[in-house]
Write a new protein. Structure first.
Length: 195
């Protein structure tokens, strides 16, 4: 866990910076929001806020993750942006995007839950099949779905996973899917081993 904590610490600081900029400076928030759905090469207004957080040697995947997450944070409605990020810095409570989508379905009652579970499941299966361009293109809709249900997004973890997507896609996809199903279905624990 310490290795994960250490790896995510700079991302937590970056997320806190972006959230503070969005809360206190409408111009910076607009600049960040203008990059939603765009590659860094097309997000001209974002550079003033994001560039200093990326070292000159940052690879394209990490760079794109920083730009995408900043634009996703800026695109949140004011009520969502003002909520404290309770997961930030607490590795024990860190939630993958798969688990967040599972919570979308789990929080709704009855028939609405079944509809939401199917919708969230389809959305997740679409996400995990994407390459780099596709995952970044699909994230705004996914994050909107999660945030509309009042579920927080672990932005630092998302930056980390997007940074590793080109080289570690299968492992991240497996984790998201497992986290989703563990969230929506009760755990059987060791009961399966009796069969």
């Amino acid at each position: 866990m310490t290795q994960t904590t250490d790896r995510l610490a700079p991302y937590d600081r970056y997320v806190a910076h972006v959230q503070a900029a969005c809360r206190t400076d409408p111009g910076k928030r607009a600049a960040l929001r203008s990059g939603l759905g765009r590659r860094p090469e097309q997000a001209y207004r974002m550079h003033a806020v994001v560039a200093r957080w990326l070292g000159a040697g940052a690879g394209p995947a990490k760079e794109r993750a920083f730009y995408t997450v900043a634009s996703l944070i800026a695109a949140q409605p004011p009520s969502a942006r003002s909520e404290p990020d309770e997961q930030q810095g607490d590795v024990g409570k860190r939630t993958s995007l798969g688990a967040a989508l599972g919570l979308v379905a789990k929080t709704l009652p009855g028939d609405r839950r079944r509809i939401a579970e199917g919708s969230a499941e389809r959305r997740l299966h679409l996400l995990v099949r994407q390459g780099v361009d596709g995952i970044h293109r699909q994230l705004p809709v996914t994050v909107r779905l999660v945030r509309a249900a009042g579920i927080p997004v672990d932005w630092a973890r998302l930056i980390d996973e997007l940074s590793r997507w080109p080289t570690d896609h299968d492992r991240i996809a497996k984790r998201w899917l497992q986290d989703f199903y563990r969230t929506v279905q009760p755990s059987l624990g060791d009961d399966n081993e009796q069969e």
